[in-house]
Design a protein around this ligand. Structure first.
Ligand code: PMP
Length: 292
């Protein structure tokens, strides 16, 4: 496997960054997780746009144009001859001193890993997930904006630990106002009648690429798509529920805090959305060509 480290393709063993890198010392950096489906890098442009927005928010200069970054991603996938897989693109503040002042970091570091993806086991796509809401609140927007996909994932990890301790595969986080935000690495949707509802971006959620794709699908299949505030009441009384994310794709939820959703089986509309999503994954994005 070859890793792209600041534009150089190096062996995994040689892909090393400084212990003075502020990405490591302070979680000062941004990242993206991107999927490849049958040589198609799904919604690559949208991921790059979000990466640059995250970087802009944290005042981080990425030393490449968006076009150049797209080329670097494509190059990395091509050289690894990856047909289906997952890309992790990380940009850190770079090497500085032991203080946290980002001005001491002269140049951002970036690296791109193209690898295979570990999914939820297939059975969960068929039988659905049982999940819980947790006590760890979602970061407050004014403190650490959840729309920024930063290297600071401790908020999400603390929620994940709660889920692990409770024997649940995922955790739903509630925000400071008591509204539902998102799962630790996925967005959440519910279905009530013909309404397809997801927490609005102001509820403390990442502007998920899969979320946006599902919103498009919902409109196409003539559902009434709403971005709104949701409480745990709305979750428990939903007709159907599912999570969305690049890694998880669209995965049904059949139980929340012991309340069964749709009698404990994946819903019909959820299954339609899952099928429509699969179709789009090979269509929208940047195609990679390489010699086999
Ligand atoms: N929320 C969080 C906190 C995430 O980390 C992710 C995955 N990157 C998502 C939602 C889903 O976003 P996307 O569909 O762009 O992968």
């Amino acid at each position: 496997m070859l890793i792209n480290l600041n534009g150089n393709l190096v062996q995994k063993e040689d892909a090393k960054i400084s212990v003075f890198d502020h990405g490591l010392l302070y979680g000062d950096g941004v990242f993206e997780g991107i999927r490849i489906y049958s040589n198609n890098i799904f919604k690559l442009k949208e991921h790059i746009d979000r990466l640059y927005d995250s970087a802009k928010f944290i005042n981080l200069d990425i030393p490449l144009s968006k076009k150049e970054m797209i080329e670097e991603v494509v190059k990395t996938v091509a050289v690894n001859k990856l047909k289906d897989g997952y890309i992790r693109l990380v940009v850190t503040r770079g090497e500085g001193d032991l203080g946290l002042d980002p001005r001491k970091c002269k140049k951002a570091t970036y690296f791109i890993i193209a690898d295979k993806i570990v999914l939820y086991p297939d059975e969960f796509y068929k039988k659905g997930l049982s999940i819980i809401t947790v006590a760890t609140r979602r970061n407050v927007n004014e403190a650490l904006e959840p729309r920024v996909k930063s290297l600071n994932y401790l908020n999400n990890i603390l929620a994940k630990i709660e889920a692990n301790n409770a024997g649940s595969l995922e955790a739903i986080m509630i925000n400071q106002q008591g509204y539902v935000s998102e799962a630790t690495g996925d967005n959440i949707f519910i279905i009530k009648g013909n309404n397809l509802i997801t927490p609005s971006l102001f509820c403390g959620v990442l502007n998920g690429i899969t979320r946006a794709t599902v919103i498009e699908i919902g409109r196409k299949i003539k559902m009434n798509v709403l971005e709104n505030v949701l409480t745990r009441y709305d979750l428990y009384t939903a007709d159907e529920c599912f999570l969305t994310g690049t890694a998880a794709e669209v995965i049904p939820v059949v139980e929340i805090d012991t309340r069964k959703i749709n009698g404990g089986i994946p819903g019909t509309k959820t299954k339609v959305i899952m099928r429509e999503f699969k179709k789009l994954t090979k269509k929208i994005g940047v195609k990679v060509k390489y010699k086999t």
